[in-house]
Design a protein around this ligand. Structure first.
Ligand code: SF4
Ligand code: SF4
Ligand code: SF4
Length: 254
């Protein structure tokens, strides 16, 4: 969503305050605030929110100082409703719980889920994900709540939605952090523990080094080729032993 100018952002807040906050997406936007921002930015019309009804369009027209615009012919208006779960069929998959934008479903994995009717906004977002089709919508009694009552319900739904977004973001960050930690731990080379044989070889090498440092040969300038070859062989053996004493080295097969 493009960043709004300060004036547009303030206007978007005022538009958002009128919208019903079901976050249902029926306006074609991902939630009420993005739709409000699109209206404020002059990109969307005021007649795209079915849950707000004609009264919602009138309020928007009043706020923006424009004329009323009816819903398009393709818009289906439904009476306010609340979700219910057929608890005999629920398999506890949690998909509805994950889809609900206002945390109006209670339940846990492999346990029966229940709608908290007082919190349900009737957005219907939990219906399609259910793999056993055990969620339905029940129409609410036809009463016309006052504007204040509707505002209060919308404000409460907005708060629940914000809380849910924050929680989801925090969970995502924590998951990413745990994964990064695991990857760092896996990348660290782990030194293989020294075997008894390697410890013996290392100790012998250290002793040999100490002895060699203490006794310096004096006749190295007059070596025969045979003596030279013997020295080279000893040096090679020492290098092999040194290599074997290195932590993580594979001991030769017996
Ligand atoms: S309630 Fe209205 S504005 Fe909010 S997401 Fe649904 S259709 Fe869009
Ligand atoms: S329970 Fe279903 S219909 Fe009710 S608010 Fe949650 S997702 Fe929407
Ligand atoms: S999506 Fe359906 S089956 Fe899965 S927990 Fe919700 S109600 Fe139960």
């Amino acid at each position: 969503m493009p960043k709004l100018k300060t004036d547009d952002a303030q206007l978007a807040d005022r538009i958002d305050a009128i919208l019903p906050q079901t976050q249902c997406g029926k306006c074609g936007y991902s939630g009420c605030r993005p739709y409000a921002a699109a209206i404020a930015g002059g990109e969307a019309d005021i007649n795209l929110c079915p849950p707000g009804g004609e009264e919602g369009i009138r309020e928007l027209a009043e706020l923006l100082g424009v004329g009323f615009k009816p819903f398009g012919e393709d818009v289906v208006l439904r009476p306010p409703s609340v979700a219910f779960i057929d608890e005999n069929l629920c398999i506890g998959c949690t998909l509805c719980l994950q889809a609900c934008p206002v945390d109006a479903i209670s339940g846990a994995s492999k346990q029966m889920h229940t709608i908290i009717a007082a919190l349900c906004t009737g957005c219907e977002l939990c219906v399609p994900p259910c793999p056993v089709d055990c969620i339905g919508m029940l129409p609410l009694p036809q009463e016309t709540p006052s504007r204040e009552k509707k505002r209060a319900a919308a404000n409460a739904a907005r708060e629940r939605y914000r809380f849910r977004l924050e929680r989801t973001e925090r969970d995502k960050r924590e998951r990413a952090e745990r994964l990064a930690q695991k990857e760092r731990a896996a990348a660290k080379p782990v030194a293989a523990p020294e075997t008894d044989a390697q410890a013996l070889i290392r100790a012998a090498l250290e002793r040999a080094r100490e002895q060699a440092a203490a006794v310096k040969p004096r006749n190295t300038g007059q070596l025969t080729p045979a003596q030279q070859a013997q020295i080279e062989e000893i040096e090679a053996r020492r290098a092999r032993a040194h290599e074997l004493a290195r932590p993580g080295a594979t001991p030769p097969e017996e």
